[in-house]
Design a protein around this ligand. Structure first.
Ligand code: ADP
Ligand code: MG
Length: 404
């Protein structure tokens, strides 16, 4: 993405004692909010309904003006910027993404570039580039919003927000209206995209699980717009600052901690993979060396086909005799919490793990997950002691937590 290079680098966002009082109300919607979002990070604002999340977010691009205090973008006060200019330069994604129904997807995506007077061909190229970026086929460019699924429309919303390569993005419950399976997919896609783009993002949600998954830092707000805690997800889970935060984070903190690790971060089981027609003796030998005592049948591209039954190994050569399908299939990029829920949903103790090319790289099992939960995420400073302490208290007992 070469466009427009001057603005594309991320900027810090700093809230300084920001208060918002709506006319006619005595209570503040946001009360003395101070926090700093480093450039290139996702800051999630989370809290119960009415706690001021949307208000706080909208003051960044001056859809709402602060009553007192200030917000600085890249060190510069938003008060010194024209609201129209800010809104053009800041990507904005909302739940009901408000695509124009009578405009094509490409025209929707390039709404702001068109406003800025980009030529038709430059806009059109940008639309194609963005469709690819958010994982939509190019053919969709000429369709209309009603011809897309909810998840696809949400991807268009993200593409539109990225159109001018803004340094800052505001996202208000962007995946809130999507069913859980597609939401998980959209979250993963968005995190992958963000790993590349490194925008500074303010992300609003009322869902603590989404907050833990998406946030580099999380600001927990409580009604009245007061900041209850501002911390990275691990810290929030390990040491909630108040009974309110503890309650909001929920009782199943050990389980939630699974959202902090990805499948790729942990030691998977090894598995013997085999193809139909291979000598069975080789497969038996490899199976004996692997962690798992059954073999996984794969196709020519190393994609999993299913678990080989004992009968498949009775002859000289491997025959396609499956004991069970290779379900669920887990991806290296999945967070452990989602992978665990996939295992539970398919009533399976383990599942093959594939990389981005769909090739088998190992096996994820309940045991592997349980082991990972038992050892704290090593990269979190201070987490180890806390984890050890909680381990002693039985807080890591996954079976003892029944949510999700
Ligand atoms: P959240 O996004 O966390 O649900 P909001 O920022 O929308 O919360 O609202 C925070 C508080 O401000 C609520 O009490 C809400 O009723 C009030 N509020 C929001 N918008 C307005 C408005 N335009 N006028 C008056 N009060 C508002
Ligand atoms: Mg809101």
């Amino acid at each position: 993405m070469q466009e427009p290079s001057r603005r594309s680098s991320a900027e810090t966002i700093e809230f300084r004692e920001v208060t918002k009082r709506y006319p006619g109300s005595t209570e503040a919607a946001v009360d003395g909010l101070s926090l700093e979002v480093p450039a290139g990070e996702i800051c999630v604002l989370v809290g119960p309904s009415g706690c001021g999340k949307t208000t706080a977010m909208r003051m960044v691009n001056r859809m709402i003006d602060v009553t007192s205090g200030d917000i600085l973008l890249g060190g510069r006060s938003v008060r010194d910027r024209k609201p129209e200019e800010l809104r053009r330069e800041i990507g904005y994604v909302i739940q009901q993404i408000g695509l124009f129904p009578h405009r094509t997807i490409a025209d929707n995506i390039t709404t702001v570039p068109s406003l800025l007077g980009w030529s038709k061909s430059r806009s059109s190229d940008r639309a194609d580039e963005l469709l690819e970026l958010v994982g939509l086929p190019r053919e969709m460019r000429d369709r209309y919003p009603s011809q897309l699924s909810g998840g696809q429309r949400q991807r268009v919303g993200v593409a539109r927000a990225l159109a001018v390569d803004p340094p800052v993005m505001l996202m208000d419950e962007p995946f809130g209206a999507i069913d859980p399976i597609n939401r998980e997919r959209l979250q993963n896609e968005f995190l992958r995209l963000q790993a590349e783009l490194r925008k500074t993002i303010v992300f609003v949600t009322h869902d603590i699980d989404e907050a833990i998954k998406m946030g580099d830092r999380i600001a927990v707000l409580q009604v009245g717009g007061k900041l209850a805690q501002f911390a990275p997800p691990a810290e929030l889970l390990m040491s909630p600052a108040s009974p309110f935060v503890e309650d909001f984070v929920g009782a199943d903190r050990a389980l939630k901690r699974l959202a902090l690790q990805r499948v790729r971060d942990i030691d998977l089981w090894t598995v013997a993979t085999c193809r139909a027609g291979e000598p069975t003796a080789d497969v038996r030998e490899r199976t004996a060396e692997a962690d798992l005592d059954i073999a996984l049948l794969i196709d020519g591209d190393r994609r999993p086909l299913g678990w080989l039954s004992e009968r498949g190994l009775t002859g000289e050569r491997v025959r396609t005799e499956l004991r069970s399908p290779a379900e669920p299939i887990v991806e290296l990029d999945d967070i452990l919490r989602d992978a665990l829920s996939d295992l539970l949903a398919s009533e399976s103790m383990y599942g093959p793990v594939i990389d981005a090319d769909g090739e088998v790289v190992g096996v994820l099992s309940m045991e592997v997950i349980s082991h990972a939960v038992g050892s704290a995420p090593a990269e979190v400073p201070g987490a180890t002691e806390l984890a050890a302490q909680e381990h002693a208290n039985g807080a890591f007992d996954v079976e003892g937590t029944d949510e999700e």
